[in-house]
Every structure is written in structure tokens, then in C-alpha cells.
Design a protein around this ligand. Structure first.
Ligand code: ZN
Length: 273
């Protein structure tokens, strides 16, 4: 995507919202020290923490290599990205409306942002649908599997928003497209339904499966893992790659674990959900 020129007002708003401690701590483990935070400098091979972040000045500085600047500079240097790309990423993350200098660019950007927003909404509605179905008679086998075979408590089931995709070819698509009136193309883009090869219409990708929502680091649902309950193959079926779901960039549960990982400076990584 060609990055359009951003409106100065957008840049200013992002600057106000993007707190430097927040931004830096996604990449560097920071410890509070008085008013400031310290950590290992990501810009040189740091052995003892010489990197300081000041929330009051919204500034970082390394006493060893001299790197320093604001949140924008930090991300530009760290990710080797141009200014406007960094601002745009932060704008999305902090939900700052993006204004650009050319009207055509602005419309294109807004269109892209709205598609993503709508996909997020569709996935959230779908998660609620699956959660609900778990407590219906048809979801009983899935619920038994979770509570009896896996020994999960109701709290855990709720916390991870586990659910059940009912059997049938058009259960979810009927709900989302006909009852909720989401455009079928968007539901397809969310990875939830598949166009029929013959004739018209769509069918549900996930059928008679235990559903495990997959979240991004910010806790927004971006896809699903579905485990078959019977003999149906594959045993585990994931959402396809979508605008939101990029398997290679996701770590299941990181949204819930990240604060503890940063605090303890330690993580245990295991296979599977
Ligand atoms: Zn340094």
C-alpha cells in the first residue's frame, strides 16, 4: 500500500495518545526506577541496563550508545520503518481517526480501516454465537469434552471464550448473513464461510467443532481453531489467513500472559492451544 501524506492533526493526535512507556515496553522489558523506567538498550549490545525511558518527558535515552528520541523515533529506528508508516500503525492501534492531505487517499484509508473494524465485529459476534451454542443441547458433547476429558472449569471456559460450532452447513452463515445482515463477502473475508463450488451461496467452514478463539496481542479475536469432536478430519482446523489472521505473527494466549511475562521477565512456551 502506498502511504499517503498524513494530516498534521493526525500526527499530533497520535503523539498525544501513544505513550512512550507503552510503546517501548512492547519491545523492551522495563523496570520502574523512581520516576523513570530502565531496561536493556535494543540499539546496542547492552550488558547492563543503560536505557532510560521518561514518561514525563515522553523521551528515551541510552547512556551507552546515545540513542534517544520520542516514541516515533524509537519505532522508526527499531523497525526500520518510515515516519508515516509508524504513525499510521500507531493511529490504528490507538484508534485515532486518520486524516490525510488528499481526499482520495483519505477515502481509501477509511475504507481499509472500516473493513478491518467490520471484520473484528463479525468475529466478536461469531465468538458470542459459538459460546452460546456450547450451552445448548447440541453443544453438550463439546461441553462434556471440556469439563470431563480436559477438566476445565467454567471460569476457564469463559475466560478463553470457548464455544461450539453447530453441525449443519448454514447455521452460522444463516445467523450472520440473514439474521444479522452482514454482507456475505465480509463474512467470507473473516474466514468463516466458504463459497460453494457449484451454484451460489456459502457454507460454514466450521461444523460440529469445539471452537477456540485466537486473539491478537491486544486481545481482539482474529481467528479460530476448531477441534473436531468425532472422527471428522482434520482434527484441528484453523481459520485461513485473512486480513486480520496471520498465523506466523500470533502467539496464542499472549494477550493474557504478556503482563506477567514482562513482570517476571520469563516465559514458558508450549505447543498447541
Ligand atoms: Zn544503547
Amino acid at each position: 500500500m502506498q502511504i499517503p501524506r498524513l494530516h498534521p492533526e493526525t500526527i499530533e493526535q497520535v503523539k498525544q495518545r501513544a505513550d512512550i512507556v507503552d510503546v517501548v515496553s512492547e519491545h523492551v522489558v522495563l523496570r520502574k526506577q523512581g520516576k523513570d523506567f530502565t531496561g536493556l538498550c535494543p540499539f546496542h549490545d547492552d550488558k547492563s541496563p543503560s536505557f532510560t525511558v521518561s514518561p514525563s518527558k515522553q523521551f528515551y535515552y541510552c547512556f551507552s550508545c546515545g540513542a534517544g528520541g520520542n516514541a516515533f523515533k524509537f519505532l522508526m529506528e527499531l523497525k526500520q520503518q518510515p515516519f508515516s508508516e509508524v504513525v499510521l500503525d500507531l493511529a490504528k492501534r490507538y484508534q485515532v481517526p486518520v486524516q490525510t492531505l488528499e481526499v482520495a487517499d483519505r477515502l481509501e484509508l477509511q475504507r481499509q480501516l472500516t473493513v478491518r473494524d467490520q471484520l473484528h465485529e463479525i468475529l466478536a459476534v461469531t465468538t458470542a454465537f459459538f459460546e452460546h451454542a456450547l450451552y445448548h443441547p447440541q453443544g453438550q458433547a463439546a461441553l462434556d469434552y471440556l469439563t470431563q476429558d480436559r477438566g476445565l472449569s467454567r471460569d476457564v471456559i469463559q475466560q478463553f471464550q470457548l464455544g461450539y460450532a453447530p453441525a449443519g452447513w448454514e447455521t452460522l452463515s444463516g445467523y450472520l448473513v440473514h439474521q444479522k445482515h452482514y454482507p456475505a463477502e465480509l463474512v467470507e473475508q473473516a474466514g468463516l464461510i466458504v463459497p460453494r463450488k457449484e451454484g451460489t451461496g456459502y457454507y460454514d467452514r466450521f461444523r460440529d467443532r469445539l471452537m477456540i478463539p485466537i486473539q491478537d496481542t491486544q486481545g481482539r479475536i482474529v481467528g479460530f481453531g476448531g477441534r473436531s469432536l468425532g472422527e471428522e478430519m482434520p482434527k484441528y482446523l484453523n481459520s485461513p489467513e485473512t486480513e486480520l489472521f496471520d498465523k506466523g505473527k500470533l502467539l496464542f494466549g499472549l494477550d493474557k500472559a504478556k503482563a506477567a511475562i514482562a513482570k517476571q521477565d520469563q516465559a514458558i512456551v508450549v505447543e498447541g492451544y
